[in-house]
Design a protein around this ligand. Structure first.
Ligand SMILES: Cc1ncc(COP(=O)(O)O)c(C=O)c1O
Length: 403
């Protein structure tokens, strides 16, 4: 993987702020976008800025055709069997909400989550506990913060209708053993949904091999346009989902008092869609495939280990969550003792244009349970370099001296 030539594809990396290059380490929140994605978006707006499906003219037909290709590209990217298993969404949050709100839950049904869920997977469980009387049960991690398979097995009962787990944690980059989890859940008769927001952009995810039932992810975390995402729903389970949002594009016909829904995925894609976004999203998937998913995860791993080694040598730096860098993909969460996490992030930005996230990363529940106020999070991607990691280490070294 040639990082120098990859970096040339990202216009923003050619820019300088205050005479210094940008060092972007916030890709777990929002990734940068390569030229190919910008060109794909532009192509829509310049050449066929029309609607798909409704009209029968040349431009509209072109949108329909490009949209079909985009859906097939996303299908292929995650190894799904059929393109109708891909529902376009605005983001991971929408995909998770769609499933939680559309499945039929009875009072007493259990939804299992881990203790490190993003609010986008956690809050829908709170809502269902209130509205449908489900029981939300949390599987605690082990003492080393990794997934505890034994606790999970013990939590499985005939009441567990849905296991809804984060695949790769945005808190510390820990990836769960999802294949074993899915097998155990299915043996128990439970369905499985994965929050794959931090998985799909960073390592190979194949829904068929995993045999997962529902999988949600975002385009904007994988080099795609903002406000794009997809939800995979296994074809045989699509009938279990009630339409989430209804209206234009979801029905074959309507009368004053009745209607007939279209088949999935259209049934779940109400109103005019983000066509430019979907086309750009597909361009992002093709770009990642052309670089190679394994190359990307290997590169991130190498950088994380370098960052970990550097940070660990600085007095007062504490890594948050899983300690072993080989289990953390591209994410490193840490604190500098005696200094607030927001202050550290601000100093990194002001002194060296190093852009990281600070706070509780929408996993407030985990931070509260562990009585940690928050952390600085550096999240790396294919365009980051060893030199950038070294600059980060030396910047933190300077900051630690101030504390
Ligand atoms: C693990 C995880 N799940 C869900 C989300 C929500 O993603 P989005 O805001 O794209 O819906 C995020 C975003 O950071 C995430 O990291």
């Amino acid at each position: 993987m040639d990082v120098d030539s990859i970096r040339e594809d990202f216009v923003v990396l050619q820019k300088e702020v205050n005479g210094k290059p940008i060092i972007y380490m916030d890709s777990a929140c929002m990734s940068l976008k390569p030229l190919k994605v910008l060109e794909a978006i532009n192509n829509y707006y310049m050449n066929f800025p029309s609607c798909a499906g409704r009209s029968n003219h040349t431009l509209s037909n072109q949108v329909e055709e490009e949209r079909k290709k985009a859906r097939e590209a996303i299908q292929k990217f995650i190894g799904a069997d059929r393109s109708n298993e891909i529902i376009f969404t605005r983001n991971t949050t929408e995909g998770l909400n769609l499933v939680m709100s559309s499945l039929d839950f009875d009072e007493g049904d259990v939804i299992l989550t881990t203790d490190r869920e993003h609010n986008s997977n956690l809050i829908p469980c709170h809502m269902l506990a209130k509205s449908a009387g489900i029981t939300h049960q949390v599987v605690k991690s082990g003492d080393d913060f990794t997934f505890d398979m034994d606790r999970f097995q013990q939590a499985l009962s005939d009441k567990v209708k849905l296991v809804s787990f984060v695949y790769t944690s945005n808190l510390d980059g820990h990836t769960l053993p999802v294949k074993e989890i899915i097998k155990a859940a299915h043996d128990n008769g439970s369905m499985v949904m994965l929050d794959a927001a931090q998985a799909v952009p960073h390592h190979d995810v194949n829904v068929k091999k995993l045999d997962v039932d529902f999988l949600a992810f975002s385009g904007h975390k994988m080099l795609g346009p903002t406000g794009t995402g997809a939800l995979y729903v296994k074809e045989e389970l699509q009938g279990l989902l009630r339409p989430f949002m209804v209206g234009g594009e979801t029905v074959e016909w309507s009368t004053y008092d009745d209607h007939k829904f279209l088949n999935p995925p259209e049934r779940f894609e109400a109103g005019l869609q983000n066509y430019a976004g979907e086309i750009g999203f597909a361009a992002a998937a093709r770009y990642i495939s052309s670089v190679g998913k394994d190359n990307i995860s290997w590169h991130e791993q190498k950088l994380t280990e370098r960052l970990h080694e550097g940070l660990s040598s600085i007095k007062g730096v504490e890594i948050v969550g899983v300690q072993n860098p080989s289990l953390r993909g591209g994410i490193t969460s840490f604190n500098v003792s005696g200094m607030g996490f927001h202050e550290v992030a601000m100093l990194l930005n002001e002194n060296d244009n190093i852009m990281v996230r600070s706070g509780q990363h929408c996993v407030h529940s985990w931070f509260k349970a562990h009585e940690i106020e928050g952390s600085v999070r550096a999240s790396l991607y294919l365009y980051n370099t060893e030199e950038e990691v070294d600059k980060m280490v030396s910047a933190i070294g300077e900051i630690a001296k101030l504390s």
